[in-house]
Design a protein around this ligand. Structure first.
Ligand SMILES: C[S@@+](CC[C@H](N)C(=O)[O-])C[C@H]1O[C@@H](n2cnc3c(N)ncnc32)[C@H](O)[C@@H]1O
Length: 261
C-alpha cells in the first residue's frame, strides 16, 4: 500500500519534531531490551533516521545499524547525517531482501500502519532477527486525541485524521500489536504504552493540524471535504491550539517487543 502522508519539507519537519519528542521513550524501550555496544540493529521504516541514529550511538563502533525505508527523499536526509557503522537501504519493509537471521534487534516505529499488514511486517521482522534476537514495534493509537478545552475544529480534524489513517491501514494496529506478537510465537513479550501530550508552547502543539495537512492529498482525493473548508478548519484549530490555555493529548504510543525463539 502506498504511503498516504506527504513526503515534502513540512512532513520532514513534522517527523523530526515528533522524533525529538519521542526520543526519551525510545531510550526507555532500548534500555528494557538491553541494546548495547556491539549489537547489530535494523530500523525498518527509518524515515529521516532519527531512531537509527539513537541506535548507532548505543551500539558504538563495534556494532552496526541499518536503516531501511521506501522513500528516497527521507533516505537522502538520513544518509547525510549518518554516523559511522550506519548504512541505509531503499526497500520495502515487507520484502526487504536482506538475509535471514541477521540482526540482534529489528525495530520499526510508526510503520505498522503504513506497511498495511502488521502480521506481514512482524513476519519479515522475525525472519531478519537472529534466533534469540529481539523484535520491537512502536505504533500510535490516535483514538485518544483530545484538547482541553475542546473545540469543534479540533473534533473535525480528529475525524479526518481517523479516516485518513484508516484509509492508509493504521486502524487499531496499536491495540492489536501485543496479541500479534504472542500469536507469532515470540518469547518474553513486553508491552509499554505511554501518553504523548503537550502545552501550547511545546514543539508538538501543532501535531494534529500538521498531520492532517500531510494527509491533505488523501483527504481531498477521497472527497471528505473541500480544500477551502479544510484550510479554514486547519486555521481555526491552529489558533485554538496556540492559545496558552489549551493542552492536548495527541495519542497513546504503544511499544511491544519480544524475542525470536
Ligand atoms: C510515520 S514515518 C515514521 C518514521 C520513523 N520510523 C520515525 O518514527 O520517525 C513512516 C515511515 O515508514 C516508511 N514506510 C512506509 N511504508 C513502508 C514500507 N512498506 N517499507 C519501508 N518503509 C515504509 C515511510 O516512508 C516513512 O518514512
Amino acid at each position: 500500500m502506498a504511503y498516504q502522508l506527504a513526503t515534502d519539507a513540512p512532513e520532514m519537519t513534522r517527523l523530526a519534531t515528533q522524533a525529538s519528542a519521542l526520543a526519551p521513550d525510545a531510550a526507555i524501550l532500548f534500555d528494557r531490551i538491553g541494546v548495547g555496544p556491539g549489537w547489530s540493529c535494523l530500523d525498518l521504516g527509518c524515515g529521516l533516521g532519527e531512531v537509527t541514529r539513537l541506535l548507532a550511538k548505543r551500539v558504538g563502533p563495534a556494532g552496526r545499524v541499518c536503516g531501511l525505508d521506501l522513500e528516497p527523499r527521507f533516505l537522502r536526509h538520513a544518509e547525510a547525517m549518518a554516523p559511522p557503522a550506519t548504512s541505509y537501504l531503499q526497500a520495502d519493509a515487507l520484502r526487504s531482501g536482506l538475509p535471514a537471521d541477521s540482526f540482534d534487534l529489528v525495530h520499526g516505529r510508526l510503520l505498522t500502519g503504513a506497511a498495511s499488514s502488521p502480521e506481514a511486517l512482524l513476519a519479515e521482522a522475525l525472519r531478519l532477527a537472529r534466533p534469540g534476537g529481539h523484535v520491537a514495534l512502536q505504533e500510535s493509537d490516535p483514538g485518544f486525541t483530545a484538547c482541553y478545552p475542546g473545540h469543534p475544529a479540533h473534533m473535525r480534524l480528529k475525524a479526518l485524521l481517523g479516516r485518513g489513517l484508516n484509509e492508509s491501514g493504521h486502524g487499531a494496529f496499536a491495540r492489536r500489536l501485543f496479541g500479534i506478537f504472542r500469536d507469532a510465537g515470540l518469547r518474553e513479550v513486553g508491552f509499554r504504552p505511554f501518553v504523548v501530550g503537550c502545552q501550547a508552547d511545546e514543539p508538538m502543539a501543532h501535531w494534529l493540524p500538521d498531520t492532517v495537512q500531510s494527509l491533505r492529498g488523501t483527504i481531498l482525493r477521497a472527497g471528505w471535504t473541500t480544500a477551502e473548508a479544510l484550510d479554514a478548519t486547519l486555521a481555526e484549530c491552529r489558533a485554538h491550539l496556540a492559545d496558552p490555555g489549551t493542552t492536548q493529548i495527541l495519542y497513546v504510543m504503544v511499544q511491544v517487543w519480544g524475542r525470536k525463539p
